[in-house]
Design a binder for this molecule. Structure first.
Ligand SMILES: Cc1ncc(COP(=O)(O)O)c(C=O)c1O
Length: 376
């Protein structure tokens, strides 16, 4: 059983075929429609479609003014994209700890402890689509004049109170990679209410050029100026077409994910020394991107995962902490991250996709039960 899975059906095939036949494949009307729909869905003033979630983070950091001499706070229990893009701006990543084994999001208290005179921004990540403690994070940011960048790669459709994750801080970043809640292959989105930030990100997305090929094709412009050294981080029409279909399904599919996680939780949380982080809450809505279990202390994770693999069940680890990677050890000497260290060897991600059947869930929970018994 795969960790994640995508469904291909006639609606997607027909939509893509229509775009193929249109003869316009690079950024154009479907991208514009997707941006419009995503802005409407998230409640943001601006939505900019980009090539992937990493590009979204890079643009968000640059458009927020991060660069050489700056420090940017970021959780270490995270995908490496945030740290890589911080480094690409010339800034220094400062790794921060999580709240604990029951809440794997970054700790606002540890963020506060990490703030120094050069701190410019914080990149928070809504782990598994579970919203961070944004009230405390916004308060800190206001007090210390920090930009708040939300890595909402796991969280399209997640809500903190009434507000969509990604729209709470200054700028939000989404990934539409194949294993994400809104899968299209490769793609992403930047959202913000800040007009100036949106304009900088828009220019940086396409070589710093003031007009797009699509504008010129429609006769809306005949030339262009280059006002900054940008990138090609554009999304294409074929992927935007898939994204439009997936966006229409997102809320329903997130609800299916929630149903499956409830089944996992009922079967696994508190069984054989296992726990499932992120107990259900009524004040936030998770996007349930991941089904993660925390193994009991002393449980050998490699053997546990091997036992599941023998039964044909794929697992993963979200994440090996970034500060332990060779490329990041030099940045990791200043701080200790005891709560991240305490869970780092014990997290395992189980299969989760919206069309997973209850029988498939039971197959996983049975395998988990026998694996924990045999390896503890
Ligand atoms: C938390 C997080 N941030 C950023 C990214 C980067 O997104 P992409 O793979 O679309 O570049 C990912 C993707 O795996 C992610 O999980």
């Amino acid at each position: 059983m795969p960790l994640s899975d995508v469904l291909v059906d006639e609606e997607i095939e027909d939509a893509v075929a229509q775009t193929l036949r249109s003869g316009w494949w690079s950024s154009g009307p479907r991208v514009a429609e997707l941006e419009h729909e995503f802005a409407r869905f998230s409640g943001a003033r601006h939505a900019l479609a980009v090539a992937n979630g990493t590009a979204a983070l890079h643009l968000a950091l640059l458009a927020s003014g991060c660069g050489a001499q700056d420090e940017v706070l970021v959780p270490s229990l995270n995908f490496v994209a945030a740290a890589n893009t911080i480094v690409h701006t010339g800034a220094t990543p400062v790794f921060c700890d999580i709240c604990g084994g029951d809440d794997l999001n970054v700790s606002p208290e540890d963020l506060e402890a990490a703030i120094g005179p050069r701190t410019r921004a914080v990149v928070v990540m809504h782990y598994g689509g579970h919203p961070c403690r944004m009230d405390a994070i916004l308060e800190l940011a206001a007090e210390h004049e920090l930009a708040v960048i939300e890595d909402a790669a796991h969280g399209p459709g997640a809500r903190w109170g009434e507000q969509m994750c990604g729209t709470i801080g200054d700028v939000g970043c989404f990934s539409f990679f194949s294993n994400k809640n809104l899968p299209i292959g490769e793609g992403g989105m930047v959202v913000t209410d800040d007009d100036a930030l949106a304009e900088r990100a828009r220019l940086l997305r396409s070589h710093g050029m003031t007009t797009l090929t699509w504008d010129r094709h429609r006769g809306h412009a005949s030339s262009y100026e280059v006002v900054m050294a940008g990138f090609n981080y554009r999304l294409d029409e074929l992927r935007a077409t898939i994204a439009l279909v997936q966006l229409g399904r997102l809320e329903r599919q997130n609800a299916e994910r929630a149903r499956i996680v409830d089944l996992y939780r009922a079967a696994l949380d508190g069984t054989n020394g296992l726990s499932m982080p992120f107990a259900p809450r009524t004040d936030v809505t998770s996007a349930h991107h991941l089904a993660v279990v925390l193994l009991p202390e002393g449980c050998e994770r490699a053997r546990f995962r091997g036992s599941l693999m023998e039964r044909g069940i794929q697992t993963s680890v979200h994440y090996p902490p970034i500060h332990r990677f060779r490329a990041y050890r030099e940045f990791a000497t200043r701080r200790v991250l005891p709560r991240t260290e305490a869970v780092a060897e014990r997290l395992v991600t189980l299969p989760l996709f919206p069309h997973m059947s209850s029988d498939q869930v039971w197959a996983v929970t049975d395998a988990v039960a026998s694996a924990t018994e045999s390896v503890t």
